[in-house]
Design a binder for this molecule. Structure first.
Ligand code: GLV
Length: 320
């Protein structure tokens, strides 16, 4: 009987499909990520692993797998897995593109609106009894209509975010290593350099994968180019932005506000962020809708079934 290990209970009924197919499914049923040594023990004799972004699947973990054929990552980003090494050992790695595009774009737009209109400050004011009635100068924010939106990373999520923001009456520009026809024909968006984007955008939304090349692609040098009245949101990976420097800019009000769904050094969050009023903080919930997380689980399971039945994986990834 083929054995599958799941590092955390999946949303929906996808696990049942594995059982119906006659696989033996073992789940780490705790409400925290599995400790590395425990993971190493549990994957020794599995034929497939279904894991989450919180699991680091490095050389040591991969070396402990004696017969694994497929690692199915419950996420679109797969920087948590040493894909090159897994592939070199004959293990297929899969991710979950497309199924979480809309949920993540919804969160990116939510962050933009929350930051631009200072929603968290308003909410806190209400809950702490500080609202004393309408005031003409209370919590003045930024209107989206007529503003320039800079999308960094023009993949599916970047596109879905741009499309939503375009509907607010904004102009879209994008930075990407290759031209994206869809951005240009459907959104009349122009491809620009990163520096130009940072200098001229009122709203900046980050959608890059985390790789060696994108690590701190937003850094001390180019973050300084951002307009004082701009909003920056990140729903991709924390390592893309030099978080410490961005915090300094936020402290000195060199940027209007920033919205975070991801952090450098997750699950740790820089405590300085909690002291700032001009940030809106979310706990990595880009794909956290019932629809997306159910579809993610189904896609992972289907990838596992495909590979273990000797077929091609549906959404395999290659090392970046
Ligand atoms: C979540 O972070 C994902 O990459 O899907």
């Amino acid at each position: 009987m083929k054995r599958i290990f799941v590092t955390r209970k999946l949303v929906g009924d996808a696990q049942l499909l594995l059982k119906k197919k006659g696989f033996h499914v073992n789940i780490y049923n705790e409400d925290h990520p599995i400790p590395k040594q425990e993971l190493i023990k549990r994957v020794k004799d599995v034929d497939a692993l279904i894991n989450h972004v919180t699991d680091k699947i490095d050389k040591e973990v991969i070396d402990s797998m004696k017969k694994c054929k497929v690692i199915a990552n419950c996420a679109v980003g797969y920087n948590n897995i040493d894909v090159e090494y897994a592939n070199s050992k004959g293990i297929v790695v899969t991710n979950t593109p497309n199924v979480l595009t809309d949920s993540t774009a919804d969160i990116a737009v939510s962050l933009v609106l929350a930051c631009a209109r200072r929603l968290h400050e308003g909410e806190e004011m209400m809950r702490t009894g500080k609202f004393s009635g309408y005031k003409p100068h209370l919590l003045l924010g930024i209107e989206l209509k007529g503003k320039k939106v800079g999308i960094i990373g023009a993949g599916e999520i970047g596109f879905a975010t741009a499309k939503r923001l375009k509907a607010f009456g904004t102009e879209i520009i994008y930075f990407n290593r290759s031209r994206k026809e869809k951005f240009e024909s459907e959104l009349s968006a122009k491809r620009v350099t990163l520096n130009y984007l940072l200098k001229s955008s009122d709203i900046i939304s980050v959608h890059l994968p985390s790789t060696k090349e994108t690590f701190h692609i937003l850094n001390k040098t180019n973050l300084k180019l951002i307009k004082k009245r701009a909003v920056l949101v990140n729903t991709s990976r924390g390592e893309i932005v030099d978080e410490k420097f961005l915090i300094e800019m936020l402290k000195k009000k060199k940027i209007f506000a920033a919205g975070f769904d991801v952090y450098e050094g997750e699950p740790n969050v820089d405590p300085e962020l909690f002291k700032l009023e001009n940030v809106f903080l979310l706990p990595h919930i880009g794909s956290a809708t019932i629809e997306a997380r159910t579809a993610i689980a189904e896609l992972c399971v289907k990838n596992v079934i495909a590979v273990l039945s000797g077929k091609k994986a549906i959404t395999p990834v290659k090392a970046n």
